[in-house]
Design a protein around this ligand. Structure first.
Ligand code: IDP
Ligand code: MG
Length: 153
């Protein structure tokens, strides 16, 4: 599996409900590596750019109001196949349809309050990481445990 980077966000509901640590814990113990993190209130313009692909959906105004309603934890996580691994760890968009054991199934009920965001493809990941972080905010480093998590190539 190629090493990938994914943009991950604990949304305002996750922050308010005290789930920041829970989300980080699940990604960390999986073996994924944190390469950037920023706790912030999301400017409206950034929220609209982030969800640009959904701008014609009926729920778009409500989604933008929600994402800008309180602070979020924006992060970049790295690892082999990180993009799909994180999507699978999060579960389906609608928590009611998410598999048991996923973040959304374990901590959410409604599609409009689903706790986390994760990039859905390599192209989206690249776009979202560039939108939320400056290049110098991404921290590259080795961990002594890396060889115990994936075979080094
Ligand atoms: P994703 O977050 O699993 O990638 P997307 O289809 O990209 O799902 O939608 C982005 C976000 O928009 C969802 O996570 C959710 O917060 C919100 N959303 C999606 N569909 C609905 C809906 O039908 N009603 C309200 N909010 C929605
Ligand atoms: Mg999406």
């Amino acid at each position: 599996m190629a090493v990938e980077r994914s943009f991950v966000m604990v949304k305002p509901d996750g922050v308010q409900r005290g789930l920041v640590g829970e989300v980080i814990r699940r990604l960390e113990r999986r073996g994924l590596k944190l390469v950037a993190a920023k706790f912030m209130r999301v400017p409206r313009e950034l929220a609209e750019k982030h969800y640009e692909a959904l701008k014609d959906k009926p729920f778009f105004p409500g989604l933008i109001d929600f994402i800008t309603s309180g602070p979020v934890l924006a992060m970049v996580w790295e690892g082999p196949g990180a993009i799909s691994v994180i999507r699978n760890t999060m579960g389906a968009t609608d928590p009611a349809k998410a598999s048991p054991g996923t973040i959304r199934a374990d901590f959410a009920l409604d599609v409009s309050r689903n706790v986390v965001h994760g990039s859905d493809s390599p192209e989206t990941a690249e776009r979202e990481i560039a939108l939320w972080f400056r290049p110098e905010e991404l921290v590259s480093y080795d961990r002594s445990v890396d060889g115990w998590i994936a075979e080094e190539k």
